[in-house]
Design a protein around this ligand. Structure first.
Ligand SMILES: [Zn+2]
Length: 383
């Protein structure tokens, strides 16, 4: 056999390579080996995916898979939704990183990366307010020791009057030549425009459409400081979460030309329920804010890969690890709920039909890749 797997006849959207059309995708030894019309050669398994979209495996750069009661082991919610890479946002700090690696990273099929919390224990215990635990040098040292897993720093939930948490995360990112993800709560002593001025090009402002973020001015126009920060290269991340995505901010911003740079979920046990903050639904929400499908895919694949400094991910480039999502766009009358429990009606909903991780089919909701039982002969477990 020339190939292990061919996904045939799907509509490939691969923004990194400017592919947008009906093509086959061939996989061998865990890697993409050919993409194009009528790929030559035989495959051990060919799956017809006509009428569906074939995209790089999705990348969710804000999840919680470690460190507090709301975190969830990734595979059951990531791979079933086409997500092949997740970035844990601040679960461990440098003191708990080894435990995170042993219990989560090494045990999951999903590729798990980390934004290391500037607070030494991470989210274990209510310590994110403890300035004494913000150890910049030790955080940077751990990042440098694990560049294969750690892609930057994280600060979140800090309620104090000063800049210790933000500046610590930015400094540790600077020392380790990575980026910082900032979850910020404005205070009179540290304002939002001041935050944006502090952030470096490439740093990630998550929860951009949260109620506590002054995206819009009194006239409902996107604030000048946001345009200026975007112009400078600050990254605005959706980071849905239980409380951080509000239609009244997201829709006016997107209509004024200020969509999220990256689509992410902040998925944990409570955000997964009523606001339905999983990746495929969050992408559907963007689609129904009139973001073109190709842009929804771009902001869920190649852009997050670039933002975390992993340009080899989020693409179907020949030679890349074969992380692939097969998606359907259902049409009908749908509704999408935000963190304020308000609904936005829409006519399209994305669904994940099949997921390939490192060349292996790990999710196949309709059994497209398996034979009908009447034709399977005296079968045991079919490969
Ligand atoms: Zn979060």
């Amino acid at each position: 056999m020339t190939h292990d797997l061919i996904l045939s006849g799907g509509h490939v959207i691969d923004p990194a390579n400017a592919r947008d059309g009906v093509m086959d995708v061939a996989v061998k030894d865990g890697r993409v080996v050919a993409v194009g019309a009528d790929v030559a050669g035989q495959a051990a398994k060919t799956v017809a995916v006509d009428g569906l979209y074939v995209t790089p495996g999705l990348i969710d750069i804000h999840v919680h898979v470690y460190g507090y009661a709301g975190s969830m082991f990734p595979d059951a919610h990531a791979l079933t939704g086409g997500i092949t890479t997740v970035v844990d946002a601040g679960g461990p700090g440098w003191k708990s990183f080894e435990d995170f690696k042993t219990t989560i990273v090494d045990r999951s099929k999903t590729r798990v990366l980390s934004l290391l919390n500037i607070v030494a224990p991470g989210m274990l215990g209510a310590v994110e307010q403890d300035i004494g635990e913000m150890q910049t040098e030790a955080c940077a040292d751990m990042i440098r020791a694990h560049p294969e897993i750690i892609v930057g720093t994280k600060t979140a939930h800090f309620g104090g009057p000063g800049w210790e948490a933000v500046d610590g995360a930015l400094r540790a990112a600077d020392l380790s030549d990575t980026v910082a993800m900032i979850d910020f709560w404005p205070r009179p002593t540290r304002t939002y425009p001041e935050l944006l001025a502090r952030m470096r090009p490439g740093d990630i402002h998550t929860h951009v459409y949260a109620r506590h973020i002054p995206v819009l001015d009194d006239n409902k126009r996107v604030q000048d400081c946001m345009w200026e920060a975007r112009e400078r290269g600050v990254v605005f991340d959706l980071g849905h979460g239980a409380g951080s995505f509000w239609w009244r901010l997201a829709i006016p911003s997107t209509r004024q030309g200020f969509p999220p740079d990256t689509i992410s979920t902040d998925l944990h046990r409570s955000s997964a329920l009523i606001p339905n903050a999983n990746m495929i639904t969050t992408m559907s929400k963007c689609l129904n804010m009139d973001m073109p499908l190709s842009e929804v895919i771009r902001r869920s694949t190649v852009t997050p890969a670039e933002v975390i400094g992993r340009p080899e991910l989020g693409t179907l480039t020949v030679g890349a690890e074969a992380d692939i999502a097969v998606l359907d766009v259902r049409r009908g009358a749908f509704g999408f709920v935000d963190s304020g429990r308000a609904r936005h009606r829409g006519d399209r909903r994305l669904e994940c039909m099949l997921t390939v991780r490192a060349g292996e089919i790990v999710w196949d909701v309709n059994g497209m890749s398996w034979p009908d039982w009447e034709d399977a002969g005296e079968y045991a477990v079919i490969q």
